[in-house]
Design a protein around this ligand. Structure first.
Ligand SMILES: [Zn+2]
Length: 208
């Protein structure tokens, strides 16, 4: 897998286990219905559960998706729960056996990205695992930098990534309104399926 987009910030070298391979599900970006199973180098985090959503379907339909530089395929699947099997010697917050969720977006050089606010990127040159220029998690194993992994209790698991999207939207709305006195009583939640449920639950937690 291509794991060298930001080598200067990597906390640990990713050591592919030489000669070992694992299975991944990938597409040929831009080619409709190209989803297939392929071998990739064995990595350090074992995938336990995967969520699939409309983004994965649309990438397989060829509507968007971008392979890592120098490659013609893209491993998809950006919602996952994994178990750490190995860590590098500079990793402090994770250990073997920890359950982790991997974040999706990878920063570019803009001021918001450099401040850790990847979702508010100003330049649009970010990468996204499984979507844009970066292989993702629909595999038996993957690797990632410590700073892009969230240690979670198992009960949160694979749903953390979509739930975090709803939480970020609502917290950002409230942060923006801090410029004035604002006491909302109601909220309108649109959309469907699981994402609407996350938004509904999150707005209830804000007493709306
Ligand atoms: Zn940016």
């Amino acid at each position: 897998m291509t794991e060298t987009l930001f080598p200067e910030t990597r906390l640990q070298p990713i050591h592919s286990r030489e000669g070992s391979s694992t299975k991944a599900i990938a597409v040929i970006p831009g080619k409709s219905n190209s989803v297939h199973i392929r071998d990739i180098p064995l990595q350090d985090i074992k995938v336990e559960l995967i969520g699939l959503d409309g983004t994965d379907r649309e990438i397989n339909e060829g509507l968007y998706g971008e392979a890592p530089k120098g490659e013609d395929f893209l491993v998809i699947g950006h919602e996952s729960l994994g178990i750490v099997e190995r860590v590098g010697h500079k990793v402090n917050s994770l250990k073997r056996g920890d359950m982790v969720v991997c974040t999706v977006r990878r920063p570019d050089g803009c001021i918001n990205c450099q401040a850790g606010e990847f979702d508010l990127c100003l330049d649009g040159n970010y990468m996204e695992r499984g979507i844009r220029g970066y292989h993702d998690l629909l595999a038996e194993y993957y690797s990632e930098e410590e700073r892009f992994l969230v240690n979670v209790p198992e009960v949160l698991g694979v749903l953390l990534e979509p739930a975090s999207v709803a939480e970020k939207a609502i917290l950002t709305a409230f942060a923006v309104q801090e410029r004035m006195r604002w006491e909302p009583k109601t909220a309108m939640v649109t959309g469907k399926g699981g994402f609407r449920a996350y938004n509904s639950h999150a707005t209830e937690n804000k007493r709306l």
